[in-house]
Design a protein around this ligand. Structure first.
Ligand code: NAD
Length: 430
């Protein structure tokens, strides 16, 4: 199996060199500060004990405490959390957050667990990590197949262990447990805003933009909903079980109601369902990615587009809602073909930006209004998008990804240089 982390390292090396970052800084950022690997035991409903491999990677803390989600998925591995930790490091720097990067996860298929088993697993994860993380050290959040309820259990477990209230230990919590208004939809909203910035630069109307979306979870659904409401024409959407297609345009609201009821998208279009008279067709994962669309949105997992299928990609623009959905080699081919890619490190940063707002609210003990959150999110993304756009347009042969990495790496390099020689050696200490 290919290593996602070594692909992420290669991209760092290549883009770092292109933007003139010193080799010592690139070397320092090519390895994680620390990764804790543990085995969690959970007493299952049938009386047996099951063991799950779990990880927390604190990738870098040059700009502040480590920050990054926790993923529950069968493919979670040390290699994957390290790649995701590196991307979080770049992302937080791109949008100017006072955070380094991190990521965690458990190798599990949560769909096979009962609610009680899921709660036990979430609490076991926090028990194993309680002395490793902390509100000033490393702050987790939700990611694939984790959600606000799981963050709530984890906050609660942490506080039981520490014997005091510590709302800022984790973000993406239920609002009633110290979560922020607007966090649930923040990743999708951020992706929508940066896509809108691109659309206005390119001077196209929403109704002239035909879209295909891979992934219909927190990030994919919220992005789809905002695009749909703004008048974009979404012709295909998929989830892990399959996809649906309609060249006349899908109704995102109807699809969501149906998915929540039936737990899979295609049930909306199967015989006997409420939509059996609809004309929608089923579509495979491969077919969706190869559609002739204006905008393609990978919003599921890493490596959706690799050397295996890159030559099938016909989209003019790609908004990378997932982390690392395009391999480094495939990225090069798309760039040479002229595909405009809004890179993951900016496109999906809405989630961590509002997580940062949540952390600030928790530390101040003062919750913000939804309007405050949305206005500040839009301001931050506009400033970062404009900086990236300007950098790219002032240079020949530069991708938006390369511009975003340059922005991020220059900030990290400045801090490392200001801290002096100690910083080169202290990624393991600080
Ligand atoms: P989620 O668990 O809410 O949803 C994941 C979705 O992907 C589900 O609809 C699932 O069915 C679908 N999926 C899985 N494998 C698929 C496949 N092969 N083809 C099509 N669909 C598939 O997760 P999420 O939070 O929406 O995360 C999605 C991506 O966005 C991940 O890469 C994650 O790291 C990234 N992201 C999420 C956040 C956040 O705040 N949730 C923030 C930044 C980045």
């Amino acid at each position: 199996m290919t290593s996602v982390f070594s692909d992420a390292q290669k991209r760092l090396q290549h883009l770092g060199e292109l933007s003139g970052i010193s080799s010592s800084v690139i070397n320092s950022l090519s390895r994680p500060k620390a990764t804790l690997c543990v085995s969690l035991s959970v007493l299952m409903d049938d009386g047996s004990t099951q063991y799950f491999d779990a990880y927390r990677c604190q990738y870098s803390s040059h700009l502040g405490p480590c920050k990054g989600g926790i993923r529950f998925h069968p493919h979670v591995s040390q290699d994957e959390v390290q790649a995701l930790g590196l991307w979080m490091t770049i992302k937080c720097a791109v949008v100017g957050l006072p955070y380094g990067g991190g990521k965690g996860g458990v190798s599990v298929n949560p769909k096979n667990l009962s609610r009680m088993e899921l709660e036990k697993l979430s609490r076991a994860y926090m028990r194993a990590m309680a002395d490793f993380i902390g509100p000033e050290k490393d702050i987790p959040a939700p990611d694939v197949y984790t959600n606000a309820r799981i963050m709530g259990w984890m906050r609660d477990e942490y506080e039981v262990i520490k014997g005091k209230k510590q709302a800022a230990v984790i973000t993406g919590k239920p609002v009633i447990m110290g979560g922020s208004l607007g966090r649930e939809e923040a990743t999708g909203r951020g992706a929508f805003l940066v896509t809108e910035f691109l659309r206005s630069k390119e001077g196209k109307a929403p109704q002239d933009i035909c879209v295909a979306i891979q992934g219909f979870g927190n990030a994919g659904y919220n992005f789809a909903k905002l695009l749909f409401d703004a008048g974009y024409k979404i012709i295909a959407i998929s989830d892990s079980k399959g996809g649906v297609y309609d060249e006349a345009g899908l109704d995102v609201d109807k699809l969501k109601v149906s998915k929540d009821r039936n737990r899979k998208l295609e049930s909306d279009y199967c015989e006997g369902s409420v939509c059996e008279s609809d004309k929608h067709k089923l579509i495979t994962h491969e077919e969706l990615l190869a559609l002739e669309v204006d905008l393609l949105v990978p919003a599921a997992l890493e490596n959706a587009i690799t050397m295996k299928n890159v030559n099938d990609i016909k989209a003019k623009w790609i908004t990378e809602v997932a982390n690392g959905p395009i391999s480094a080699a495939a990225d090069e081919i798309l760039f040479n073909k002229g595909t405009v890619i809004i890179p993951d490190v900016l496109a999906n940063s809405g989630g961590v930006i509002v997580s940062y707002f949540e952390w600030v609210q928790n530390k101040a003990g003062y919750p913000w209004s939804l309007d405050d959150v949305q206005v500040k999110l839009a301001e931050k993304l506009k400033a970062s998008f404009d900086e990236m756009w300007q950098y790219q347009h002032q240079r020949e042969n530069t991708s938006l990804r390369s511009a975003a990495y340059a922005q991020a790496l220059k900030k990290i390099e400045s801090v490392i240089k200001m801290r002096g020689t100690k910083a080169y050696f202290s990624n393991t200490e600080n």
